[in-house]
Design a protein around this ligand. Structure first.
Ligand SMILES: Cc1cc2nc3c(=O)[nH]c(=O)nc-3n(C[C@H](O)[C@H](O)[C@H](O)COP(=O)(O)OP(=O)(O)OC[C@H]3O[C@@H](n4cnc5c(N)ncnc54)[C@H](O)[C@@H]3O)c2cc1C
Length: 415
């Protein structure tokens, strides 16, 4: 058997790896992209695509986001979010969008089997060699190369590379073996997802619903609309809480759908499609090392999921783009050392850290049901507060206001 030797290898062809490949190809860089799955493949997820996804698709090719907008069989336009406080008070927050500059919807919801395949098809085979159905078994660092051992059809094969981009998601071998990352239940959530059809009273503008039920805090139960009268339903809870309270997530979710006053009537005649499935969410609550000698970590492999919203697709794509840009420079300079690649960490965290940090603060804040109920009650009655909340998802200064005692003071006295 002949071993392959190539300058760049991407492990994982999910949103992070596919985006890295697309941007490498734009720069004319030949590379290999490996995934254990063959596409289309499922990924357990809430299936909500935020404005960040639209923005990066636009950067790849402005036609793409319009293709999502037109493909109503697979992509649903989404115009906002509904928060349901622990006391049952529901608050509608439309997503902010400037019609002058943005001529497509602010968000989409699409089963990952469809979205990931859509993105996968944008990988440019003039520059990318796709090795699908190939499971990476080990990654070994040598002085001058990284050795990647993978299995293809029962046969073990090896690739040597100058630079590996680890985008293999939550259970990344690169993160574990080369970066030495370990799972920490304080910064990690467990999630379940199941599809339903015939859930009634879905929002007319396809708002995604986050139900902050007391027992689930600081996580939430979600109901996200999908095409074809279907819905993605799931629950996400901090792993530390799952462990300390010995929680049974499946029981909690089914119990809420059957008994919660805001949900039970709506699920009375709904039909579950397929099984309830679980997966982990590595949260970006703390900064981690994202690069080192001959490697970079992208998306979930680098633990970049928003600790408040659970959003990770957009961050995976943003980091995929930065990893490609850093790889291009490293190839030009022929420098794959930790100091040559550390610029990647700066690019990712300059873009994402303020938001991740604030989201972590909010995650801790909403752990107090009384505070949550109080904000929701006020916001339902007060237009100014609703407007603040509407912009806070796009405007970080607004999100920062939530940290300020003055915000609550003003709310208390209706100023
Ligand atoms: C329950 C749940 C709900 C979520 N809801 C949302 C949501 O609504 N919106 C949102 O934006 N984010 C959500 N997320 C987060 C989101 O799913 C992830 O952040 C996103 O998938 C990260 O993309 P990625 O490319 O880094 O990894 P992935 O999408 O996990 O892709 C990794 C790829 O690597 C491949 N791979 C893995 N191991 C190997 C191996 N050893 N060899 C070869 N290939 C390998 C896999 O087959 C896969 O294709 C949710 C996550 C969970 C668990």
């Amino acid at each position: 058997m002949q071993n392959l030797d190539t300058p760049v290898v991407i492990l994982g062809a999910g949103p992070g790896g596919a985006t890295a490949s697309i941007f490498l190809a734009k720069a004319g860089i030949a590379h290999i992209i490996i995934d254990k799955a063959t596409f289309p493949r499922d990924k357990i997820c809430g299936d909500a695509l935020s404005g960040k996804v639209g923005a990066i698709l636009n950067r790849i090719d402005p036609k793409l986001v319009h293709q999502l907008d037109e493909d109503n069989d697979n992509f649903l336009n989404c115009w906002g979010v509904q928060f349901v406080a622990p006391n049952g008070e529901a608050l509608d927050i439309p997503f902010d969008k400037d019609p002058e500059v943005q001529d497509y919807p602010p968000g989409f919801i699409s089963k990952r089997v469809n979205f990931d395949h859509f993105l996968f098809k944008q990988i440019d085979e003039n520059h990318a060699t796709k090795l699908m159905g190939c499971e990476v078994k080990d990654v070994i660092a040598h002085d001058d190369k990284v050795e990647i051992i993978y299995k293809q059809g029962g046969e073990e094969k090896i690739i040597f590379t100058n630079l590996v981009i680890g985008a293999e998601g939550d259970r990344s071998i690169v993160a574990k073996k080369l970066a030495g990352h370990k799972m920490d239940p304080k910064y990690y959530a467990a999630g379940l997802r199941v599809y339903y059809e015939n859930v009634t009273d879905m929002h007319a503008q396809n708002f995604i619903e986050l139900h902050f039920i007391k027992e689930v805090l600081p996580g939430y139960l979600w109901v996200f609309p999908l095409p074809d009268n279907q819905a993605n339903v799931g629950i996400g809870i901090l792993s530390e809480k799952v462990k300390s309270h010995k929680l049974n997530l499946k029981k909690m979710m089914l119990n809420a759908l059957e008994n919660n006053p805001n949900l039970r009537e709506r699920f009375k005649n709904a039909k579950m499609l397929g099984d309830i499935k679980g997966w982990g969410l590595p949260l970006g609550s703390v900064k981690r090392k994202l690069s080192g000698d001959r490697y970079m970590l992208v998306g979930d492999a680098g633990s970049l999921i928003d600790p408040f919203t659970g959003e990770g697709i957009g961050n995976a794509m943003i980091s995929g783009r930065f990893a490609a840009e850093t790889a291009v420079k490293a190839l030009t300079k022929k420098d794959f050392s930790a100091s040559g690649l550390e610029e990647y960490d700066a690019l990712v965290y300059d873009k994402l850290w303020e938001e991740l940090k604030l989201s972590y603060t909010m995650q801790k804040l909403i752990n107090r049901p009384w505070l949550f109920n109080f904000i929701a009650n006020r916001a339902v009655k007060n237009k100014a507060i609703r407007e603040v909340m509407s912009t806070m998802f796009d405007d970080l200064d607004m999100r920062a206001k939530l940290k300020s005692p003055m915000f609550y003071f003003k709310m208390l006295f209706n100023i």
